[in-house]
Ligand binder design. Structure first.
Ligand code: ZN
Length: 324
């Protein structure tokens, strides 16, 4: 069994009561057990990590988390309380846990200050942002390429910590293509399309030209991007439609992005990701408790790949990225 570091492993909390956001992802029968797993850090979670050879989990708040709190004052308050909570939990077992910060992107200045506070004072290892943020009212959608985040990205570059761009569902009001087909939402489809589009927006915004050192992590083996990136560049070369950046999107994918195996336990998809972004930029993850840690580990331990690449993906790349 390979020793593994996992980095899309979610938690919830009852104070503030953010755990209930995840109820919609489960049937009423299955929710109580998953709710308990989101709230647990030191009991069943650690036991399962032991059984799966997961030496360390980088924790993060569930989705959409802070990003859906359209009242900026509430977002700022909840993010700080949740970050303080998880930092206390990590301090109890620094050998087994690290954590990403949750950030109130509704207020760019506050989000920037909270990133600095959590990294410098609390020792968190970066931040996980659940896609766009609703700002001011529920129907407002603000993506991370918005100019209001220029100082935030400069601070990310200065601190040298990665940002995990995690999925959330698009709003029905802004995404009519999903109307009437509820099964298209969530991790079955909409999560990946939404997050991949957000990542392309960042690439096209020039943020990686201004700050070439920024590192973004995408889950689910890259949210479809490794499969399609050549075609995107191939067409943009012919019809750039106003795009004005220094490199191809494939260059940004291979220099500014990592992808994790979270929730995508499929060897052909992993091999495609290795071919497109290289084994140095792939990281093991499970997506617990939305996915089964055992299924993730059992699959990964049996992948037929050279030992050098397997160890890099299992733990070596994460050690370098997080200076563990
Ligand atoms: Zn996740």
């Amino acid at each position: 069994m390979l020793s593994k570091i996992a980095l899309e492993e979610h938690f919830g909390a009852v104070d503030p009561n953010i755990v209930e956001q995840s109820a919609t992802h489960f049937t009423p029968d299955a929710w109580p057990a998953h709710r308990a797993r989101l709230l647990d850090l030191h009991e069943e979670r650690l036991q399962t990590m032991d059984q799966c050879g997961i030496e360390k989990a980088v924790l993060s708040l569930l989705s959409p988390g802070i990003q859906s709190l359209h009242n900026p004052a509430q977002a700022i308050d909840w993010a700080a309380r949740l970050n303080d909570y998880v930092a206390t939990q990590v301090a109890q077992r620094p050998d087994r846990f690290a954590s990403f910060a949750a950030l109130p992107m509704q207020d760019p200045e506050a989000a920037t200050a909270e990133l600095r506070r959590t990294v410098v004072e609390l020792g968190l290892v970066g931040a996980l942002i659940n896609g766009f943020s609703q700002v001011g009212d529920e129907q407002t959608v603000v993506y991370l390429d918005d100019p209001r985040y220029d100082v935030f990205w400069a601070t990310v570059a200065e601190l040298g910590v990665p940002i995990y761009l995690h999925p959330r569902d698009p709003l029905e009001s802004t995404s009519p293509q999903y109307s009437g087909h509820p099964w298209l939402y969530g991790s079955a489809w909409a999560f990946s399309v939404e997050t991949a589009t957000h990542a392309l927006r960042l690439m096209g915004s020039g943020v990686f030209d201004r700050h070439p050192g920024i590192q973004i992590i995408l889950g689910h083996l890259g949210e479809l991007l490794p499969f399609n990136i050549w075609r995107t560049d191939h067409r943009l070369a012919v019809a750039p439609r106003g795009l004005n950046v220094q490199h191809t999107f494939g260059h940004y994918l291979r220099n500014n992005f990592y992808v994790t195996t979270s929730g995508n336990f499929r060897t052909p998809a992993l091999l495609n990701a290795i071919q497109e972004v290289g084994s140095d930029r792939i990281l093991f993850s499970a997506d617990y408790p939305f996915e089964d840690m055992r299924e993730a580990a059992t699959w990964f331990d049996a992948v037929e790949l050279n030992e050098t690449d397997l160890v890099k993906i299992a733990n070596g790349n994460a050690r370098k990225l997080f200076h563990i």
